[in-house]
Structures are given as C-alpha cells and as structure tokens.
Design a protein around this ligand. Structure first.
Ligand SMILES: Nc1ncnc2c1ncn2[C@@H]1O[C@H](COP(=O)(O)OP(=O)(O)OP(=O)(O)O)[C@@H](O)[C@H]1O
Ligand SMILES: [Mg+2]
Length: 505
C-alpha cells in the first residue's frame, strides 16, 4: 500500500531516514561476504570459500537444514549449511550469527537461465560493541581455520577446459573437473634412480621456495618439459608429480581455446598449488607458423598420402582456434602468469625438435626431462614393482637384450604383468625375453627393408634427374636433333639404372 500511495522519491527519502533511525537503535553490525566480488567477478572469493569450509565443519551439528556433498566415491559425506539457514558461533564468549543466503538481481530475472544469476553470500551479525574484536581477530581466525580445513580435507581435482562457447553466464564453467585419483607415484615410476632423485629434489625445493622466489623477483612457478617416445612414462610422471606435491591438475586442451584472450582467462581461473599440463604440445596447434613454409619447400611431404591426411586432420582440428605462439608464450611467462602462485607448467612432446626454441627456453621450460626407452635400470624398477623381484638369473639375458633393442617401459611393463593365475615371475620374465627377441628380429628386418626402399628411392631419383637432363638436351637440339636425343635418353637411363642395380639384365 505504501508503495502504491507514495511516489518513488518520497519512498527513497523515507527509507533513508528510517535506516538512519534504525542504525541509532539497532544494536548489531552486519558484514556480508559475497561469493563473487564485483571487481573480480570471474574468481570465486577466497574469503567466501574459507568461510564455507569453516562453517561446514563448525555448524553442521547446529544447522537444521544442511546440504550434503558425497565425496570420494561415496566414502564420506560432507555437510554444509543450506541456503537461508542460520547458525550461531561463539568466539571468546562472544556470540556471532551466520546466515547463508542468495539474491537474484531484479533486472536480470527476465533473462534467467540455469540459475546463472544466483548470487550467494554469507552474512555475519554481531553486537556493535564487539565490532573491533570481530573484524580484527575473529574474521582472521575464521579465514585461517577455513584454509587449514581446506588443505586437510581437500580432494585433488583433475580439470579440463570447456570449449570457449560454453563460458557464458554468471556461474562460469571454463573448467570441468573430476576427482583426481591416479595411483602413479615416484616409487612406481621406473627411471634411472639418479635422474629420479634429481627431479624429486627439484620438485621439493620448488614447493618450499616461496620466500626465495620472492627474493629473486620471480613469480613462484616452474616449467617442465617432458619429452620422449610414446609409452615412456610422461603422463605417469605428471600424475606422480601431482601426487607428490598434492597439487591439482589442469589439463589444457589448446584446440578448444578460441583465442589468446580466452587462454588468459583460463589461466586466471586456475588455482595455486596446481600443475597446468599441455600434452603433446607439438600436435596441439600450428604454433610455430613454420609448417606452411615447410609445405611449400618440401614437395616430398605433399606426395606422401599418409602425412597429407594427418595434416589435413590437424588443420580441421585447429579450425576455430586462433591461439598463437605469442599467446602461449605470454600464457607461460607474461605478466598475467604472475597471478596465483605455486604452479608448475608441464609440456609433453614426442618430438622435441619440432618445438619452437622460444617456447622451451629456460625461464619458460626450466627443466627438460628426457624419458627414453627401457634400459636395465628402468627394468629393475619395473621388475620390483610388477613381480617383487630384485634379482633373477634371467636378468643377465634381459640386460643384454635391452641393450640390443629398443622397447618402451610401457611394453616391458605389459610383458611383466601376469595375465593368469598360473603365471609366475619366471614365466613373465621368459615372456619378456621372447618379446625382446621378437622385437630385435623385427627391428633387423625393418632395417633391411628400409635400406632396400632407400636404395630404390635413390635409384628412381637418379633416373628422374637424368630424364630431366635429357629433356634439356632435347630442347636445345630442337626438332631436328630429336631422334638422336631419344637414343641418348635410352642410353642414359639404362646406364644409370645399371649403376644402381635396379636393372641387372
Ligand atoms: N617409466 C615408467 N614407469 C612405470 N610405468 C611406466 C613407465 N612408462 C610407461 N609406463 C606404463 O605404461 C603406460 C603408458 O605410459 P604413459 O601414459 O605415461 O606414457 P606417455 O609417455 O605419456 O605416452 P604418450 O607419449 O603416448 O602419451 C602407463 O600406464 C604405465 O603403466
Ligand atoms: Mg601421455
């Protein structure tokens, strides 16, 4: 009735004075913590998250309506305060009220979809006379406790970026995640013990060097480049790193990122204590800008239908992504990369030589780690992990065969794994020996075949070159000398082919 009878201006004035009068007599102070702040609307407020944790632990036995989150594959349930619920807390004998609520902005309600406009917030209410102690001591206590609880109960997550088109709305969904539960650790990772220790030391040193990085004026992050053939343990090492340092993983799929701006937004939306991974960086995008030039230069590449098809597929995949090398370089160590801290950036590739030197220079990719074919040291770790064997009489044979042939740790591990209850350690070792011998024989046959193809190709090339020469002569002689030039052509081809052993009779 009041609204209908009085004009807007009058209402505003009345409200202002009512608020003033109330504030004289209202004995409480209210502080609101919004989930998203106006100036950093893309980042969930850290205070809000800490308060949520604090209240979920301290209030779950007091609140009447709770929200339940089931975690770790139904192993446990985490309860938190539901919306519009109130709980009381006590601090040094002072009573504090916390309410959780959400607001829907009027002007956006018309365009509402998927509840994107919900703005959640917590409101703290306390007596006015306690204002100082609450704002100066209690709030810090809540934030610290919340952070500590978060670290303790944190489930590590594996994130992957959504396609840029799906990022609209207030509740942003740049990254989707699942709970990260990879069993790989540095104990299960088979590699040269010296190299492994070096990496372990490097990682541990990094995680404890907050002050050092500050002192030297570097943002607290480190780049790792893992390179080597497929199946040598690059992805396993990333999982082991995350397990060692208890970091989240952000698996960045570059082809789903529209442009450099979106790449930057993704970076801002990552948390600290995380590993940002770009797998197979050489295949993700045409980042070097050199491929097109190469195409023009190398006619051979165009002739090879398999390669041509692969390139076409890559082009198709890349369509719609305008991320450039410079964008990626800025992503790694531009000004924006300094937001957040304690981050590892890991690139993996099968072909180190395909990468642009700027991308992998020290400072961007600080540590280059090569993961290579299985050697005896690696085999020993695998035998211990897979068969509980430290030594065996067959180890000598395996050691010799590993020197003679290339086999990835993935293949060795597959051979060492018992496939039935009848198999024992010895039969698995024998299986491996058999496989190694087969691989050796295959490699020998392949080498012979390769040599044969190469010889044939060279012969064909020479014939072609000679053909061109003859044509030149032909052209020079003109029509009159055509007959003679034809004879020359035959002579040249036969002679040359004979030299190369293609035609023997
Ligand atoms: N060094 C290793 N130590 C232990 N296990 C390994 C190692 N290398 C490979 N494996 C085994 O082989 C499987 C494949 O390894 P992984 O996925 O780590 O290879 P990758 O180097 O990432 O290969 P790609 O280049 O194809 O991605 C793993 O599941 C793991 O069990
Ligand atoms: Mg991999």
């Amino acid at each position: 009735i009041f609204r209908q009878l009085f004009p807007d201006e009058f209402q505003r004035d009345v409200r202002k004075y009512v608020n003033k009068v109330v504030s004289y007599v209202y004995p409480y102070v209210e502080i609101t913590f919004h989930e998203y702040q106006v100036d950093t609307w893309f980042e969930r407020s850290k205070a809000f998250v800490s308060i949520e944790r604090y209240l979920s632990t301290n209030s779950s036995n007091r609140a009447k309506r709770l929200k339940a989150n089931v975690v770790r594959d139904c192993e446990s349930v985490v309860l938190s305060m539901d919306d519009y619920e109130e709980v009381t807390d006590e601090f040094r004998g002072i009573k504090i009220w916390w309410t959780s609520s959400k607001s829907i902005p009027q002007q956006r309600a018309f365009f509402s979809y998927r509840g994107d406009e919900e703005k959640r917030y917590y409101r703290l209410t306390c007596k006015r006379e306690h204002r100082d102690i609450i704002t100066k001591v209690y709030l810090q206590h809540v934030l610290d406790e919340g952070k500590a609880i978060e670290v303790k109960t944190r489930q590590r997550k594996l994130y992957t970026n959504n396609k840029s088109e799906k990022w609209s709305g207030y509740r942003r969904t740049m990254w989707s995640h699942i709970i990260f539960e990879h069993p790989s650790t540095f104990d299960t990772l088979a590699m040269d013990p010296k190299k492994k220790k070096e990496i372990l030391d490097d990682l541990m040193m990094f995680s404890k060097s907050k002050e050092y990085y500050k002192k030297v004026g570097k943002s607290w992050k480190r780049g790792y480049l893992l390179y080597g053939p497929p199946g040598t343990g690059k992805s396993s090492m990333i999982a082991a790193m995350a397990n060692l340092l208890e970091y989240d993983i952000y698996d960045l799929e570059l082809t789903s990122v529209k442009d450099n701006t979106d790449l930057r937004k993704l970076l801002i939306d990552t948390s600290s204590k995380s590993i940002i991974v770009i797998e197979d960086i050489d295949c993700s995008l045409d980042l070097t800008g050199q491929r097109k030039e190469k195409k023009e230069e190398g006619k051979e590449e165009e002739k090879d239908p398999v390669r041509k098809k692969a390139e076409e597929e890559k082009d198709k995949k890349n369509k719609g992504s305008e991320v450039t090398l410079s964008g990626l370089l800025n992503f790694i160590d531009g000004l924006w990369s300094a937001c957040g801290s304690e981050r590892l950036i890991v690139f993996t590739t099968n072909f180190l030589e395909k990468l642009d030197p700027a991308l992998i220079r020290r400072g961007r990719m600080d540590k280059h780690i090569e993961l290579s074919y299985c050697c005896f040291e690696i085999f020993k770790v695998l035998a211990k992990n897979y068969l509980d064997l430290e030594s065996h009489e067959l180890f000598l044979t395996i050691s010799r065969l590993l020197e003679e042939t290339k086999m990835t740790p993935a293949d060795v591990a597959e051979n060492l794994m018992p496939k039935s209850f009848e198999e024992n350690a010895e039969s698995c070792l024998n299986k491996l020996i058999q496989s190694l011998e087969n691989a050796k024989e295959e490699a020998r046959l392949k080498a012979v075949e390769d040599a044969r193809i190469k010889a044939e190709e060279e012969a064909a090339k020479k014939i072609e070159q000679n053909g061109e020469k003859v044509q030149e002569i032909d052209a020079k002689l003109g029509d009159g000398g055509g007959k003679k030039a034809d004879q020359d052509t035959d002579m040249l081809q036969v002679t040359d082919a004979k030299e190369n052993g293609v035609i023997t009779a």
